[in-house]
Design a protein around this ligand. Structure first.
Ligand SMILES: Cc1cc2nc3c(=O)[nH]c(=O)nc-3n(C[C@H](O)[C@H](O)[C@H](O)COP(=O)(O)O)c2cc1C
Length: 176
């Protein structure tokens, strides 16, 4: 099972769309997938009053524990991942993620940058994830999708295919 984590509350967003496209590709390679919906089940900030006993947090952690791999897709906010993404990762510990593959994607309003990808790579490593070397940054996000929701740039589509192939094949190797 591959778990998608979105860096926005709204799955009807660029990052929700990227997760959908990537996970569909993983499914065509035989994987089962699901996406955590922050809009329906928002996680409290780590340390907020009552957060340590929050039932939604427990559900999120249980879903992570039963997953074999993760895909993180975050908008770049001020040169790094969104608060929603960072807070999601802060709720995961190595007991949920150790020895599991992570795939990374980021979207940008402006020019290409690897900042968010690099920062998520560091956080994923800190919870003992194996981060795939294939990764995707989508710049100029407002022009990135056709009206039907497909990806405009074939080079990005190629990257989606290689990230999905890497996630599925490396998950099989690590979790066999
Ligand atoms: C608070 C905030 C900060 C942002 N900072 C950046 C930035 O540093 N670089 C950039 O290229 N785009 C920046 N953007 C644009 C977002 O990256 C863009 O809206 C997002 O990738 C779209 O994805 P979404 O539809 O999933 O929200 C920022 C947007 C917001 C709301």
């Amino acid at each position: 099972m591959i778990m998608g984590i979105c860096g926005t509350y709204d799955l009807d967003s660029a990052n929700g769309r990227m997760l959908e496209i990537l996970l569909k590709e993983c499914e065509s390679l035989g994987a089962e997938t699901l996406i955590w919906d922050h809009g329906k089940k928002p996680l409290p900030l780590v340390g907020a009053p009552g957060s340590w006993e929050d039932a939604i947090v427990k559900e999120f952690q249980d879903m992570a524990l039963s997953s074999d791999a993760f895909v993180l897709s975050s908008p770049e906010y001020h040169g790094t991942m969104s608060g929603v993404m960072k807070n999601s990762l802060d709720w995961l510990y190595s007991k949920h993620t150790s020895g599991k593959v992570f795939g990374l994607m980021a979207t940008l309003g402006g020019q290409n940058s690897n900042n968010t990808l690099n920062h998520m790579r560091i956080a994923a490593r800190w919870i003992h994830g194996w981060v795939a070397p294939e990764q995707i940054a989508v710049p100029h996000i407002k022009e990135a999708f056709e009206e039907d929701g497909s990806i405009v740039d074939n080079l990005i589509l190629d990257r989606v295919k290689s990230l999905a192939a890497s996630l599925v094949s490396n998950t099989i190797k690590l979790r066999r």
